[in-house]
Design a protein around this ligand. Structure first.
Ligand SMILES: CCCCCCCC(=O)SCCNC(=O)CCNC(=O)[C@H](O)C(C)(C)COP(=O)(O)OP(=O)(O)OC[C@H]1O[C@@H](n2cnc3c(N)ncnc32)[C@H](O)[C@@H]1OP(=O)(O)O
Length: 224
């Protein structure tokens, strides 16, 4: 593992109660900020009202910024094996731009999520940005590899956009296809109510350091 990844893979010794307390404190903040992001796009407030709202936002920034961490969140875990990737751009609990909420895993290894992609994820007019679909697929395919006991870094992600993906409700799912040495091949797709919009194959490669720790990674529960 590169030093920078090792430094951000931290046993922070938090109790389960403290983790729950942090979830209860920061989860709603993330939700508020997510709504603000959409409001910044959609508000019709006039200049005076925008100026007034910005004063409140400045006050909030001052309160939130007076005691803060620097840099990325990384991966944190505790003695009971609860892992937190709360900064993750696709699924992080404290990341207001992360579109994935709850992740599900079926007994047959299929990993899936139902997601609402609002207007802040727009690419072509009224439709999901292709990079956002790739983000969702990278995460879900990676989770399918990890939850099947073959965690790895994305080596290659091949994405085929079969039809446009409308903004709104989408379903994303993935499943391990096969394993060859340190490489896990995973397939998946993004679908709307009419069917598959984007399909993908990912090759997730376990670096040597990850293979050496495979047992502990394989037991990793889904990120909170
Ligand atoms: C726990 C973490 C979960 C994260 C999930 C979220 C998804 C992400 O965003 S991950 C971030 C994006 N990905 C990255 O930044 C990865 C950057 N790349 C790397 O770290 C390395 O190139 C890595 C780990 C992919 C491969 O490195 P390394 O282990 O040295 O590979 P190497 O020994 O050269 O090759 C091993 C095998 O993989 C193959 N291979 C190497 N690179 C690739 C690749 N990019 N694509 C496909 N196959 C590859 C080789 O041909 C070789 O195959 P074989 O065993 O059949 O000969």
């Amino acid at each position: 593992m590169t030093d920078s990844m090792l430094e951000l893979y931290v046993h922070d010794g938090l109790s389960d109660e403290e983790i729950d307390r942090q979830k209860a404190t920061y989860g709603p903040l993330t939700k508020d900020v997510r709504e603000l992001i959409q409001l910044a796009l959609q508000t019709r407030a006039d200049a005076d009202d925008v100026a007034r709202a910005r004063e409140h936002l400045a006050a909030a920034r001052e309160i939130l910024g007076c005691d803060r961490e620097d840099g990325p969140y990384g991966t944190r875990f505790n003695d009971s094996g609860r892992f937190r990737n709360w900064g993750n751009a696709a699924i992080g609990l404290r990341n207001a731009i992360a579109p994935i909420g709850e992740l599900h895993e079926d007994a047959d290894g299929r990993v899936w999520a139902d997601i609402h992609l609002g207007p802040i994820y727009e690419g072509p007019a009224g439709h999901v940005h292709g990079g956002v679909s790739a983000l969702l697929l990278d995460q879900i395919l990676g989770d399918a590899a990890r939850l099947s006991g073959h965690p790895g870094m994305t080596g290659t992600l091949t994405v085929r956009y079969r039809k446009r993906t409308p903004l709104g409700a989408v379903h994303v799912e993935a499943k391990l296809d096969r394993v060859e040495g340190r490489k896990a091949f995973v397939v998946g797709h993004v679908a709307d109510a009419e069917g598959i919009c984007v399909e993908a194959e990912g090759i997730f490669i376990a670096p040597v350091w990850m293979v050496e720790q495979r047992d502990s990674f394989a037991e990793t529960p889904r990120p909170e």
